[in-house]
Design a protein around this ligand. Structure first.
Ligand code: FES
Ligand code: FES
Length: 164
């Protein structure tokens, strides 16, 4: 079975000519060479393959490319701008939380999705947003600290508000 399926990836028009049952993960990594999206469990469990589809964070391994006609997809390669890193990426760097890095592209996407919907989440909401992203290397608390630094609570702490 072969079809031509058109969609947008990181603002660029792309066409997949081939099997519509292939996963978006395979099309991104093999067809488009966008290997920032990680291939780990392939079962929707680990979150390493999370991308943004029409503004929502979803696992690319569970999406057949055939259902993505005219979808707008953003991968980790599309998160930074020419001016610099996405604020979530920068916070992860600043808090020195990246270890092997397999989970972090998916985490950046999940957290960016959360902050787009709720710019001022609580720690509990950040943890809930990351519940689908498994990390085998690092402690989640520092990841949550990095995200909280982007909220009004984190900004107030940086400015010394609430200090004796
Ligand atoms: S590779 Fe898709 S959720 Fe693990
Ligand atoms: S940093 Fe290695 S899996 Fe998360």
């Amino acid at each position: 079975m072969s079809m031509a399926i058109s969609f947008m990836v990181n603002g660029q028009a792309r066409v997949h000519h081939g099997d519509p049952r292939l996963s978006l993960l395979d099309v991104l990594r093999t067809g488009l060479r966008l290997t920032g999206t990680k291939d780990v469990c392939r079962e929707g469990f680990c979150g390493a393959c999370t991308v943004m589809i029409d503004g929502q964070a979803v696992p690319a391994c569970l999406r057949p490319v055939g259902v993505l006609v005219v979808a707008e997809i953003t991968t980790i390669e599309g998160m930074a701008s020419p001016d610099g890193l996405n604020p979530v990426q920068q916070a992860f760097v600043d808090h020195d939380v990246v270890q092997c890095g397999m989970c972090f592209p998916g985490m950046v996407i999940s957290v960016t999705d959360l902050l787009n919907r709720n710019p001022d989440p609580t720690r509990a909401q950040v943890k809930a947003a990351l519940s689908g992203n498994q990390c085998r290397c690092t402690g989640y608390e520092r990841v949550v600290d990095a995200v909280m630094s982007l909220t009004s609570a984190g900004t107030a702490a940086d400015n010394g508000a609430g200090q004796p």
